[in-house]
Design a protein around this ligand. Structure first.
Ligand code: FES
Length: 300
């Protein structure tokens, strides 16, 4: 069993951090890798990229949006409770080299996935400029932690409630007028990663994106994370989750993600329909993982 040793609610409980005792995984984990968590006998297996890991404490940290039936179950676990099972670390670690300057762009809960990469770049001696964005101040996560590992931190929100009222891609374009980074890393909603890649492509800035959000079972079996990269079929859970953003077929990916929304909606209602009105769950979006992205695609 994998015990929760720290739990933090963000965005009014819509985003949750769990630090979990998992000493063997913590020892082996590297930036960019993910774990598959299962809350209990009836819960689904959910892959999440680790937001942090600490070999000394023997813990890993995951951050997730409470956005569907399975993450709802996760969110009900308190400090002292345990996940029934966690498998990992899985996926290929982020391939990083020291560069003079790196630009890291994070949107929504993608900021959590970005954090260990920024930390690693900093440890390697790179100068790191971070741009973080969210729809509003309440949904902006890990600002303090990112500030501690960045040389320059720029914040924006859609409604201007924190930082600039702008999109992360607007700030990126501004930064690129004065900087020529050796690498860009973008993690967040798929449309955001697509736009970042479109901006950096003509400038020939190597750009990494993380396709963790499209994973379902995380084992290479379900095929849901299939993505075309450089004209070849890849699986995010086996070949990724990080890819060269300039080679990902984002248009095809966005189409496929939208195809999940109806099934996710039916799944949530089938399992929770009766309780939805009793416990005020109406506000919880109908999705885990892929459909979370659908919500973000619709918001673009
Ligand atoms: Fe199912 Fe990759 S998540 S094959």
């Amino acid at each position: 069993m994998f015990r929760i040793v720290r739990r933090k609610e963000m965005a009014g409980g819509k985003i949750i951090l769990n630090e979990i005792k998992a000493p063997i995984i913590a020892q082996k984990a590297e930036a960019g890798q993910f774990v598959i968590l299962k809350a209990n006998d009836t819960g689904e297996r959910i892959p999440l990229t680790m937001a942090d890991f600490d070999a000394n404490r023997g813990t890993i940290t995951v951050i997730y949006s409470v956005a569907g039936r399975s993450t709802l179950l996760f969110g009900q676990l308190q400090v002292g409770d345990s996940f029934q099972n966690i498998t990992g670390p899985l996926g290929r670690p982020t391939q990083l080299n020291k560069v003079s300057t790196a630009i890291c762009v994070g949107g929504g809960t993608g900021v959590a996935v970005l954090y260990p990469i920024v930390k690693r770049l900093k440890q390697m001696g790179s100068r790191v400029i971070c741009i973080l964005g969210a729809r509003s101040k309440e949904l902006l996560i890990m600002e303090e932690e990112m500030n501690a590992v960045s040389d320059e931190l720029l914040i924006c929100t859609d409604d201007g409630s924190r930082g600039r009222s702008a999109l992360v891609t607007e700030l990126l374009e501004e930064v690129l007028r004065r900087e020529r980074p050796g690498i860009a890393v973008a993690i967040g909603p798929v449309p955001m990663m697509k736009r970042v890649s479109d901006i950096t492509r003509p400038l020939e800035i190597k750009t990494l994106v993380s396709l963790n959000p499209i994973m379902i079972d995380g084992t290479g079996m379900c095929g849901s994370c299939r993505v075309e990269v450089d004209g070849k079929v890849k699986f995010a859970c086996v070949d990724g989750p990080e890819f060269d953003g300039h080679k990902v077929d984002f248009d095809q990916l966005i189409q496929r993600l939208q195809a999940y929304s109806e099934e996710e909606s039916q799944s949530l209602h089938a399992h929770w329909g009766a309780e939805i009105h009793r416990c005020n769950m109406d506000e919880i979006k109908v999705a885990d993982l892929a459909a979370m992205q659908v919500e973000e695609i619709k918001a673009e």
